[in-house]
Design a protein around this ligand. Structure first.
Ligand SMILES: [Zn+2]
Length: 457
C-alpha cells in the first residue's frame, strides 16, 4: 500500500467514531441539519449565514482551520443528492475531535487550510427530495444567469473565499456502471473543462491530480468501481465556471452500491478519500500525482438495472427475450419517505446491460398476470386473501378503492392498482410489472412490482 492508501484505509476504519449519528438515511431535511449547525456555533468553527433560499430557508457556511489555503466544499446543490452532506458533517466532527490517533493529520489540515463547508445549498429542493430548487431551476445551469438566490449565494461565497480547491459534491444515478461490467460506478469524478477546447491549465491539472490521489485510495477501499464523468464543457454549470475562475474544481458523484441503498458505506468512503486529499493539499503533495491516473479511470456508462430476467420465452411470438426492471422511489409519508414501484425498463436483447440482480428464465415461459375479479375496498379483505394460491392461479393484480395504496404497496405481494387507474402491466417499457414464469407443469415464479417470488418452494 502507498502512504495515502494507508491513511485512507485508517480513516475509513475509524469512520464510525466520527459519524454524525443523527443522519442515518438519505431523506433528511433542512430542519435536521439546523441543530447540527447550531451546535457548531459554540465550537471553534465559524458559522456564517450566507443567505436564504427562495422559500426563506437559511444557507450556512461552516469554516474551520487557520491556514492560508482556502478550500470550499458545497453539497446538495441538487436536493435529492444527500450523500456528501452526511459525509461533510462527519468530516467536521473528525476535524473537531481531540483524538490522538489522527492528531498530526488533523493538525496539519487545520494549520495549513481554511476550510469552508456549505452543506445543503438547495434546502427547498431537499424539502421535496428533488433535483431542482423551488423555482424549478437546476442550480447547476444557473452559474452565469444567477436567477436563483442559491446560485448567487454560491458565487458570492466563491468570490469571498477565492479557494485554491473547490469540491462540487453530488450524487448520480445508481444505474451508472463501469463500462462493460456489472460494477456499479460507486464514485464518479470529473475535473470539469473550463472551455470548449477542454484545455488543461495548471488549475485543471491540479484537480485531475487530486482525483488521481482519491482514486489511489479507492483502489484499496473499493477497486474497479469508479467512473470518470464526461468532460464536455457546460458553460452554464458551476463546476466548469469555478474551474474557469481559477479554483481547481473537483466533481465527486456518489453513485450506487450493492446492498447500500441508504448510501452509508459510500458516505464512509467519501469521508476517507476527501480527508486524505485535504491532508495532501495541506502538505503540498497533490502535485506528485500523474494525470495519467485520472485518464485511466474509465468513462461512466449507464447500463445497470435493478433486475434483469433473461431468456424469457414468449409463447405468442415463439422467441426468447430479456426483460429489465427498475425499482423507482415514489413519495409517501411513511418513515422512509418513499415506497418502491417496479417498472418495466426495456425488453429485447439486453446482453449489454447488467442487473443488480439477474435471473435466468431458460426453459420458462412468460404469462401475463390476470386481475382478481373483485374490486376491494377494505384493507382487511385485501389482507385476508390467500396470496400464494392466487399467484399460483396466475392472478397478480388486484384493483382497490378507498384503501391507502402507498402505505400498503410493498407489503402486499400483488400489484395493487386503483380501481379507476388505466394502468397496464403488459411487456412494454414504462409499464408496471406483473407477470409469471411457467413451464408445462405450471407457474414457477411471479415477478410482481419488480420483485421475484419463487413459488416452487
Ligand atoms: Zn447533482
Amino acid at each position: 500500500m502507498t502512504g495515502n492508501q494507508s491513511i485512507g484505509k485508517a480513516l475509513y476504519e475509524a469512520h464510525a467514531a466520527y459519524k454524525e449519528k443523527s443522519l442515518q438515511k438519505r431523506r433528511f431535511k433542512h430542519a435536521d441539519i439546523l441543530p447540527l449547525i447550531n451546535k457548531l456555533r459554540s465550537t471553534e468553527a465559524e458559522v456564517n449565514l450566507l443567505g436564504q433560499s427562495v422559500e426563506g430557508r437559511d444557507i450556512f457556511e461552516v469554516s474551520l482551520g487557520q491556514g492560508g489555503k482556502n478550500i470550499m466544499l458545497w453539497t446538495q446543490m441538487h436536493g435529492d443528492e444527500p450523500t456528501s452532506t452526511m459525509a461533510v458533517f462527519d468530516m467536521i466532527l473528525f476535524l473537531q475531535s481531540g483524538d490522538v490517533e489522527f492528531a498530526e493529520l488533523r493538525g496539519l489540515i487545520l494549520s495549513q487550510l481554511r476550510l469552508s463547508f456549505i452543506p445543503m445549498l438547495n434546502p427547498d429542493g431537499v424539502e421535496r427530495f428533488q433535483r431542482r430548487n423551488a423555482m424549478e431551476i437546476d442550480l447547476n445551469r444557473d452559474a452565469i444567469q444567477l436567477a436563483c438566490p442559491e446560485s448567487r449565494i454560491l458565487k458570492a461565497a466563491h468570490q469571498k473565499n477565492k479557494p485554491v480547491f473547490g469540491f462540487n459534491l453530488h450524487d448520480q444515478s445508481k444505474y451508472y456502471n463501469v463500462p462493460e461490467t456489472n460494477h456499479t460506478a460507486t464514485h464518479s469524478f470529473l475535473a470539469p473543462a473550463y472551455n470548449y477546447a477542454k484545455d488543461i491549465n495548471e488549475t485543471r491539472r491540479s484537480a485531475m491530480q487530486g482525483i488521481a490521489l482519491m482514486q489511489e485510495v479507492l483502489d484499496v477501499l473499493h477497486p474497479n468501481h469508479t467512473g470518470r464523468y464526461n468532460d464536455d464543457f457546460e458553460p452554464r454549470a458551476f463546476g466548469d465556471n469555478i474551474q474557469l475562475w481559477g479554483t481547481s474544481t473537483i466533481l465527486v458523484e456518489a453513485g450506487g452500491m450493492q446492498n447500500d441503498s441508504e448510501k452509508q458505506e459510500i458516505r464512509r468512503m467519501h469521508f476517507a478519500i476527501l480527508l486524505t486529499l485535504l491532508y495532501n493539499i495541506a502538505t503540498d503533495s497533490v502535485g506528485e500525482y500523474s494525470v495519467d491516473k485520472y485518464w485511466a479511470i474509465p468513462e461512466n456508462d449507464r447500463k445497470l438495472n435493478d433486475l434483469i430476467v433473461r431468456n424469457v420465452h414468449i409463447p405468442s411470438l415463439d422467441t426468447s427475450i430479456d426483460i429489465s426492471i427498475n425499482h423507482y422511489e415514489r413519495e409517501d409519508d411513511s418513515s422512509l419517505g418513499f415506497y418502491l414501484e417496479g417498472q418495466i425498463e426495456d425488453v429485447g436483447d439486453l446482453s449489454t446491460f447488467f442487473g443488480y440482480s439477474e435471473f435466468d428464465a431458460q426453459n420458462l415461459h412468460y404469462r401475463r398476470a390476470e386481475v382478481f375479479p373483485e374490486i376491494l375496498s377494505e384493507l382487511s379483505a385485501l389482507e385476508a386473501l390467500d396470496f400464494d394460491a392466487l399467484l399460483l392461479q396466475g392472478i397478480g393484480v388486484v384493483r382497490v378503492k378507498d384503501i391507502q395504496l402507498k402505505q400498503n404497496f410493498e407489503r402486499i405481494p400483488l400489484l395493487m392498482v386503483e380501481s379507476n387507474d388505466e394502468a397496464d402491466w403488459g411487456l412494454k417499457p414504462e409499464n408496471r410489472c406483473a407477470f409469471f414464469l411457467e413451464d408445462v407443469k405450471g407457474i414457477k415464479f411471479a415477478i410482481i412490482n419488480g420483485k421475484l417470488h419463487d413459488l416452487d418452494t
